[in-house]
Design a protein around this ligand. Structure first.
Ligand code: CO8
Length: 261
């Protein structure tokens, strides 16, 4: 079944078209080690090709989304090994996942945990969420997007202060600064994320994929290039059945029955 032989993640189906991935190393506050990442990547690869899945929720426990990369696993690594093996490169595979993925963050999202949340498309936070890039306290720097995605999300001065001091920041700060889309009531973050994922899973998958590609390109391209790509994606959707289905349903005051084609 879906669960496969995973030991560090749990898979569940909380709503039609939605898979929930729960990071599950409770004794290590979901510290991200290589087993966990191999399992996460394998699960995402399976979900990519699963036509029935429209969106994914990624979460941890009440206490920790993830307390960062596994410090014990990496503490004795040598330069030659990490450089030759491009340590962490495969840890960012999630950022090329084409379906929407929503991080539901409770508790600690530190270091690689914060970076993992930032690789997701939407972050919802519990009031208990604690974010931070504490790598400076370990003699290193963020290695999976913390100097880049955080800066894009919250601006240079804030990102610089956080990365240089390594101090944590609250769910409210994360919300005020636009890192997360909202703070939900305590205990409801997974339910809220599943609701959002379920809503997305009910849309036409081609339009969803194009929308995600368009928004993501805003981080990569100039405004002119981004607007050009957006227009092309928009035009391309007129080659799909779902565009005819959606617009005809509107005109006939019916509910669109997407064919994802
Ligand atoms: N790595 C390994 N083990 C960890 C980690 C971690 N990051 N975090 C917690 N643990 C372990 C603890 O060692 C402890 O194990 P044990 O019971 O065997 O002693 C167990 O989890 C419980 O932790 P604590 O007893 O420390 O729990 P507290 O409630 O007292 O404290 C904290 C919680 C504040 C979160 C604390 O555990 C902490 O500071 N953790 C480390 C946070 C950190 O520095 N994270 C950054 C790591 S570096 C990093 O992420 C580099 C990014 C690389 C890219 C990643 C790609 C996505």
């Amino acid at each position: 079944g879906q669960q496969g032989d995973y030991t560090s993640i749990l898979l569940s189906s909380p709503a039609p078209g939605v898979t929930q991935i729960t990071l599950n190393r409770p004794k290590a506050l979901n510290a991200l080690n290589s087993t966990l990442f191999h399992e996460l990547n394998a699960a995402l690869r399976n979900l990519s090709s699963d036509e029935s899945i429209g969106a994914v929720v990624l979460t941890g426990s009440d206490k920790a989304f993830a307390a960062g990369a596994d410090i014990k696993e990496m503490k004795d690594k040598q330069f030659a090994e990490v450089y030759k093996g491009d340590f962490l490169a495969h840890w960012t595979e999630l950022s090329s996942f084409r379906k929407p993925i929503i991080a539901a963050v409770s508790g600690y999202a530190l270091g690689g945990g914060c970076e993992l949340a930032m690789m997701c498309d939407i972050i919802l936070a519990s009031p208990t969420a604690v974010f931070g890039q504490p790598e400076i306290n370990l003699g290193v720097i963020p290695g999976a997007g913390g100097t880049q995605r955080l800066t894009h999300a919250i601006g240079k001065s804030r990102a610089m202060e956080l990365v240089l001091t390594g101090r944590n920041f609250s769910a409210q700060d994360a919300s005020d600064w636009g890192l997360v889309s909202r703070v939900v009531s305590e205990g409801s973050v997974v339910d809220e994320a599943v609701k959002v994922a379920g809503k997305i899973a009910g849309k036409g998958k081609l339009a969803v994929q194009a929308a995600k590609e368009g928004v993501n390109s805003a981080y990569e391209l100039s405004l002119a290039q981004g607007l050009h790509l957006e227009r092309r994606l928009f035009h391309q959707l007129f080659a799909t059945n779902d565009q005819k289905i959606g617009m005809t349903a509107f005109a006939e005051k019916k509910k669109a029955e997407w064919t994802h084609s």
